[in-house]
Design a protein around this ligand. Structure first.
Ligand code: COA
Length: 376
């Protein structure tokens, strides 16, 4: 028998067609439904992008108003879920907390078992609206603080800050956060999206698909990198220390978090926009240390290894400067990526075939089962 070709890590494999987004590594660009992400960041907001991903077109004013109203109406958590959140271990990672909260929301959802397109879309809206409430509540409870109730008079991003901090910051901070949410929303067949599509391909419901996506996103090679970046910047400490710190990493052939990408090999399309808004955050807060340190690391990585930063590299310090605790960074990514995951769940279900690849067996040849006595 001829040896099959193995594409380790599925590198270079086209697993299906998709009309949600397009990555163009040759021009370092990314479009959602045909619109360049950097243009969406300047011309729209996260709620409009969520609508775009789910419906294929940007909303009209009336459609947007209805979409926003539905999101605001679905933010509250049930008393049962709040009780469960209170019982989580205080040192649980917030990604484990939101993954478990999403599973719980699935059990509570009135349409839990209904996987029709209409029901999946209604459930996606409920998940989209409730995820920030759960992420913020878990974060506050872990610090011994009471959860804050969502404020239906506030737009999505303003409400997020209200839920976490009990107050809404100045518009520049909201804008930087909104941009990060747009940039994190969608990115073709990355590991967590492919996971969500695989779960959907079995006929399972959207809460299961998204809980699985969250599990995949937690890893440091995927979404967990934005937290790792901030830990790294704090370890480096200052721009002056960056070059020596990096040389030490090269000596040990260690991974430098926030650099490299499976698809982009000459720059991540999202980095210039996120860097611009991370810089704005540094100005607002009046602390340039992290961005200066980042700048030296990025320059040195490029010169020495020809490796470019990815979105997590500027997003990490941006979230830190906004005041979020580091373990909140990847759960924020979850709140954003729920939109992209859901768009892929709808697309997979609309033209489904069970995802089930083959493995090439390299174990021992077939053999007889020895009796227990013969095994000694
Ligand atoms: N730091 C140091 N070296 C890196 C690197 C990094 N962040 N990213 C890639 N490289 C090196 C690899 O070690 C490899 O070197 P080698 O050829 O000497 O073995 C080379 O660059 C090619 O990288 P490869 O492992 O083929 O890339 P991949 O497509 O399999 O992996 C990532 C992509 C994202 C998993 C990888 O770049 C990484 O682990 N980055 C850090 C984590 C991160 O920021 N993740 C967020 C992604 S959005």
């Amino acid at each position: 028998m001829t040896e099959p070709t193995i594409y380790k890590g599925l590198v270079g494999v086209y697993a299906d067609v998709s009309a949600v987004s397009k990555v163009m590594p040759e021009t370092n660009s990314l479009t959602y439904r045909g619109y360049a992400v950097q243009d969406l960041c300047e011309e729209t907001d996260f709620e409009q992008v969520a609508y775009l991903l789910w419906h294929g077109e940007l909303p009209t004013a009336a459609q947007l108003e209805a979409f926003r109203a539905e999101e605001r109406a679905n933010r509250a958590l049930s008393p049962a879920l709040l009780r469960v959140l209170r019982d989580f271990p205080k040192d649980a990672h917030p990604m484990d907390a939101i993954r478990t909260a999403v599973s719980f929301m699935g059990m509570e959802d009135p349409e839990s078992a209904d996987v029709s397109d209409a029901a999946q879309r209604r459930k996606a809206m409920r998940l989209f609206a409730k995820a920030p409430t759960a992420v913020a509540a878990a974060n506050r409870l872990s610090k011994g603080l009471e959860p804050i109730e969502p404020d239906a008079s506030l737009p999505y991003c303003e409400n997020f800050f209200h839920l976490v901090f009990g107050k809404v910051p100045q518009p520049e901070v909201i804008k930087s956060f909104d941009v990060s949410m747009i940039l994190y929303a969608e990115h073709t067949f990355n590991a967590s999206t492919f996971t969500a599509r695989t779960v959907t391909s079995t006929g399972a419901d959207i809460h299961g698909a998204i809980a699985a996506g969250i599990a995949a996103l937690k890893g440091p090679l995927h979404g967990g990198a934005n937290e790792a970046v901030m830990h790294m910047l704090k370890e480096v400490g200052s721009p002056e220390a960056a070059v020596d710190w990096l040389e030490g990493k090269f000596d040990h052939r260690a991974l430098v978090m926030g650099f490299g990408h499976r698809v982009y090999k000459s720059g991540d399309s999202r980095v210039p926009t996120m860097t611009k808004y991370a810089e704005k955050m540094a100005e607002v807060v009046g602390d340039r240390r992290w961005m200066e340190t980042s700048r030296v690391l990025a320059k040195q990585m490029l010169e020495r290894k020809n490796i470019h930063p990815n979105l997590d590299f500027p997003a990490g310090p941006a979230y830190y400067l906004m005041g979020f605790d580091i373990p909140m960074f990847t759960p924020i990514f979850v709140c954003s990526r729920i939109t992209g995951w859901a768009a892929h769940v709808f697309e997979q279900a609309a033209d489904n075939r069970l995802i089930r690849p083959l493995s090439h067996y390299t174990g021992v040849e077939q053999r007889a089962v020895p009796s227990l006595a013969a095994r000694g």
